[in-house]
Design a protein around this ligand. Sequence first.
Ligand code: AMP
Length: 437
Amino acid sequence: LVGDGMPQFRTLRGMRDFLPKDAKKMRYVEVVARDLARLYGYGEIITPVVEHYDILAAKSGEEIRERMYAFTDMGGRRVALRPEFTASIARLVATKMRHEPKPMKLFCAGSLYRYDEPQHGRFREFWQANYELIGSSKPEADAEILTLTYDLIERLGFRNYWVKIGHVGILRGILAQEGIAEEQQNMIMQLLDKKRLDEALTVTRESGASQSCVAALKKLLETRGKDVFQVLKETKRVVEDYESAVAAVENLREILELTRESGVKFETLIEAGFARGLEYYTGMIFESCVPEFEIALAGGGRYDKLIELFGGEPTPALGVAQGIDRLVLAMKKQKVSPKVPEENKVMIIPVGEELKTKAFELSLKLRNTKIPAEVEMMGRTVSKALSDADRRRVTHAVIVGPEELREERVVLRDMKKRKQRVVEIQNLSKEILRGPN
Ligand code: AMP
C-alpha cells in the first residue's frame, strides 16, 4: 500500500504509541495520582474529549486557543479536542453540579490535545492528572493544592525538585490600578510568560502606564528567590502604592505560612513577576520543576472568575494539572523506579496435545487465586517453552505431564533458581505463593 497513495504506516507527528513497558509507567503514575485523590477526598469525574469549541476557547488564552485541534463535526458544529481539563470542569460546576455542597473536590485523568511544536517533553497528545478544589476562597484551599502537589512528587520518589510560586494579583493589581484594560493586561502577561520581558515593558508603557508603574514592574521581574518570606517582604515594598497588589502579597504569605507550618517541606522559588499562559488565573499560580527539565512537570493556580463565565454563581476555585508524560520522563532521568512489588508470573506448559484442556483448567484456577497465569500456545516442546518463559521473565513454569497428572500432580519449576519438583494440584497456588523452593 505504501507508495500507492497511502500514508506511511506511522503515527502522526507529536503522537505516540505506548508499548507495554511504557504504558505501564504511564499507568503507574496515574494510579498513584488517583490514589492520592482518594486520600484527599477528590471524587473522580470523566468528561468528553470533544467539546464545543467556544467552551474550550472561552478563557484558555491566546496561545492555547491557536493550538486547538478544532474542526466542524458532521452535524455542522464547531468542536475541538480538549487542550486542558479546567474548562470542562467549569462547565460541569456551572451546570450539572451547581447545587452540590462546597467545597467540591474533583479529580480527572486523561488525554489532552494541543498542536504544539513537538520537542522533548512536549507532545500533541499528552496526559494529565488533574485536581480541582471548588468553592473556597480561603488560603487553606491554596495550601491544600500545594500540599497535594508536593505529596504526589514525594510519593513518586523524586529526589530533587522545587515549586515555583507567584500570584497573578501582584502584576494585575498594579496594571489595573493604572487603568490598563484587561486585554492589554492579558497581552502583557503572555509576554512575561514567554520571558519576552522587554516587549512586556514596552506594551505596558504604550498602554499608558506611569513611569513609576513601569519602574515597579521592572523591579518585580527581578524580585525572586528561595528565601520565601524575604522575597515577599521585598515585593511588598515594591508594590506598596498599589492596594490590591499588596493584598495579593499578603495572601501569598498566608498560604505559604500555612503550608510551611503544617510540615510540607519543598524548596520554594518565589517569583513576583511570574505569569502563566492561561488567562483565567486570578490568584496564586505555581509550577513544579526538576533540574533535568526546562519545562514544568505540573502547573496550577486559582481561577475565581471562571465559573461565572460559564453561567454559574460566582465561585472561587483552584486546581493543579500534573503532566503524566513529563513525570514519567523525569522519573527516568532521576532514576526513580516505580515502587511495585515483584509479581509472580506463571506459564503452564502441557506436555502433549491431550493435556491442553487440563492446562487451561489450571490457569483458570490460578487466576482465581489472583496469580497471573498463561498457557503455552505455540505448540512448543517443553524445553523450547521453558526458554521462551525465561525470555518473558516468567517466575514459575507449571509442566503438566501425563504421569504426574495421573496422581493429580504437576511439575512446578522455579525459573530463577532453575529447580523443579512435583506438587499436588490442590496445593499449586499455595506452593507458588510460598516463594522460592
Ligand atoms: P498547562 O495546562 O499548560 O498549565 O500544563 C500543565 C502541565 O501539563 C504541564 O506542566 C505539563 O506537565 C503538561 N503539559 C502541557 N502541555 C504539554 C504538552 N504539549 N506535552 C506534554 N505535557 C504537557
